[in-house]
Design a protein around this ligand. Structure first.
Ligand SMILES: Cc1cc2nc3c(=O)[nH]c(=O)nc-3n(C[C@H](O)[C@H](O)[C@H](O)COP(=O)(O)OP(=O)(O)OC[C@H]3O[C@@H](n4cnc5c(N)ncnc54)[C@H](O)[C@@H]3O)c2cc1C
Length: 511
């Protein structure tokens, strides 16, 4: 089979891959995007709780193996053009300046990044423009400095949430407006429905990587997309310094495509799996894995869902995901270590609860969902080389993730419970989620200056292979306790400048 040749192949069209394609659209490079999924259909089921949560309509049938006990689970991945952003909650905060520095936690140290907040700051500006982020600068305590305001004003709180926010302020807290990528611009299509967080947007009004990046990129004649095309291996030349070919399975057919530069952007687990599967004589432990760190230091946050119920008060909010609390991000007077972020979730619906708790009566769950306010309690998990993804002998994805930094997470849960009880919610239920809740997966090909301590250089290029890049959440050396997607996007924009030989943008903050 003859191998068509391109200037650049990008594997995966999620936040990293689609952003990169968009940023390279005027570069003159002939680019091929490979995506194992298809465009997510615009259909009634997009907004049906039972279809999305009960039947897992948009999740793949594949099962991953929990390497700790050999059990299998359905992972939180979505194989579509746009990747996980098709269903994401669209909260797009920047990381804190301190997140880029070594940060001491109760459970250990989050390592420093090889770049500073200032290196990424001008790209955060561009990323926020690209994803039409709505927010208010200065409302989030501890937020990093910005050289530009948010491109669009914050998403307004519905009256019930505004009242709750006042109650939290009365406790001395600083609930802030969550930066959101929903299209409330003049003429924007967002109707602020209750099916945003966790659902595909039937109105195409969510700022996802498909809508904001991939479709505009495809308007350029130089950019081609192959859907239903799974990359199986990346081959290198005999020197081991150049990647040459991507072996793909396209609609059942196996073929090879070659390029001058190969960019892997399959998401942190699948990128590592692809490169581990690409082992060869020169790289017996996985392509570009002379550090031995490929697949290791897998992180996905400590995540707890919290539901606070006021039995005598219904919550009529439709679009609940407008606020968050960062007062405990770096600790408080009683616990000197970072704890994390408490973020409003999309409004919980009875069908979501019954999908998770089928043994509980539906009437009870429905009554509860009508009276609840729902939060995501998120703490940093720390890189541990033993937490890793591997390819099983049968080719299955194996994940070993033993949670760490749990004391800090418990402290944050306690504060979140106290916060809601003090606001008038006597019943607070929490559920700490496990290995299957890997929406914020990252870290499997960390970037750094030292080839012995990292897989990628600070521009996401393989230390080993001169024309191989990984531009998705794999590069994170730490998970921080904020939502990851804006940072993936900002770094992809930075890498795009590098690929075009442009000097990096300088932050106006450092001027
Ligand atoms: C329910 C949910 C809610 C979330 N909410 C938020 C939020 O509010 N804010 C936030 O910042 N983040 C959120 N996230 C996380 C966010 O979506 C991810 O961090 C982000 O999409 C990761 O980008 P990525 O490029 O690393 O991978 P992805 O976006 O997952 O993209 C990977 C792409 O690669 C493709 N692919 C995989 N393997 C192959 C292969 N072998 N060959 C070809 N193609 C392949 C996949 O189909 C996919 O298109 C959420 C995620 C989920 C699931």
């Amino acid at each position: 089979m003859s191998a068509p040749h391109y200037d650049i192949i990008i594997i995966g069209t999620g936040m990293g891959g689609a952003t990169l394609a968009y940023a390279l659209r005027d570069s003159g490079a002939r680019i091929l995007l490979l995506e194992r999924g298809d465009f997510l259909p615009q259909e009634a089921q997009n907004w049906q709780v039972d279809a999305v949560f009960g039947q897992n309509r948009y999740k793949p049938a594949e099962r991953w193996i929990d390497a700790a006990d050999g059990s299998s689970f359905t992972p939180g991945v979505h194989y579509f053009v746009g990747g996980n952003t098709k269903v994401y909650g669209a909260a797009l905060p920047r990381f804190r300046r301190q997140d880029f520095e070594a940060l001491e936690h109760e459970g250990g140290t989050a390592p420093a990044w090889p770049i500073t907040y200032e290196d990424l700051e001008p790209y955060y500006n561009l990323a926020e423009e690209l994803f039409f982020v709505h927010g208010t600068a200065g409302s989030d305590p501890g937020e990093p400095p910005r050289s530009r305001p948010y491109p669009y004003p914050e998403v307004p709180h519905e009256p019930y949430m505004a009242e709750l926010i006042d109650k939290l302020r009365a406790q001395g807290l600083h609930p802030y407006s969550l930066p959101m990528a929903v299209d409330l611009r003049a003429g924007g299509r967002c109707i602020r429905c209750g099916t945003c967080d966790g659902f595909p947007c039937q109105a195409h009004a969510k700022g996802d990587a498909d809508i904001c990046c991939l479709r505009p990129a495809l308007e350029c004649d130089d950019i081609q997309l192959w859907t239903h095309t799974e990359a199986r291996r990346v081959l290198s030349d005999s020197s081991g310094k150049r990647a040459t070919t991507v072996e793909v399975k396209r609609r059942g057919e196996r073929l090879g495509v070659s390029a001058d530069k190969i960019i892997v952007a399959c998401g942190a687990v699948n990128s590592a799996i692809l490169l581990l599967r690409s082992r060869c004589g020169r790289y017996p432990d996985g392509l570009g894995n002379s550090s031995g760190l490929l697949g290791r230091n897998y992180m996905m946050h400590n995540n707890t869902a919290l539901t606070a119920v006021a039995p005598l008060k219904t919550n009529p909010t439709v679009f609940q995901k407008t606020t968050a609390v960062n007062d405990y991000y770096f600790g408080d007077d009683d616990f000197a270590w970072p704890m994390g972020n408490i973020q409003a979730l999309g409004k919980l619906q009875a069908g979501m609860l019954s999908a998770a708790k089928p043994y509980l009566p539906k009437a009870f769950l429905s009554a509860m969902a009508k009276r609840s306010v729902d939060w995501w309690v998120m703490s940093e998990d720390l890189p541990d080389p033993e937490n890793r993804v591997m390819v099983g002998d049968d080719g299955a994805v194996r994940v070993h993730w033993r949670p760490n930094n749990r004391v800090a997470h418990q402290q944050l849960i306690r504060r979140a419970k106290d916060m809601m009880r003090a606001a008038g919610y006597p019943f607070v239920f929490t559920e700490t989620l496990g290995i299957e809740t890997n929406s914020h997966q990252c870290g499997t090909a960390r970037f750094g200056d030292d080839p012995a301590e990292s897989v990628l250089d600070p521009l996401c290029k393989s230390h080993d292979i001169d024309n191989l890049y990984v531009v998705d959440s794999s590069f994170f050396p730490s998970s921080t306790a904020m939502n990851p997607a804006l940072t993936i996007c900002a770094q992809a924009l930075r890498v795009a400048d590098h690929l075009q030989g442009k000097p990096p943008l300088q932050s106006e903050l450092s001027a």
